[in-house]
Design a binder for this molecule. Structure first.
Ligand SMILES: [Zn+2]
Length: 69
């Protein structure tokens, strides 16, 4: 939790605590998001996309088979 955030409620800047010292808005989720990498481009992500597309085409194939057979 070392990122300096700007409070979305009162626009106070350079907040490093979990709550805004000015308006007490809970900023824990914003700290969490700031700690995540902005874009997932790794092999894991591509593999998940490939598996997801295979599963969804399999399911749509099953649905089509039910309708046409
Ligand atoms: Zn605030």
């Amino acid at each position: 939790m070392s990122e300096q955030l700007t409070c979305p409620t009162c626009q106070r800047t350079q907040i490093t605590t979990a709550n805004c010292p000015n308006c007490e808005t809970d900023l824990a989720i914003l700290h969490l998001l700031a700690n995540l990498s902005p874009v997932e481009t790794g092999w894991d992500y591509q593999l998940r996309l490939i598996i997801l597309s295979i599963i969804s085409s399999f399911i749509s194939g099953l649905v089509a088979a039910k309708f046409f057979l």
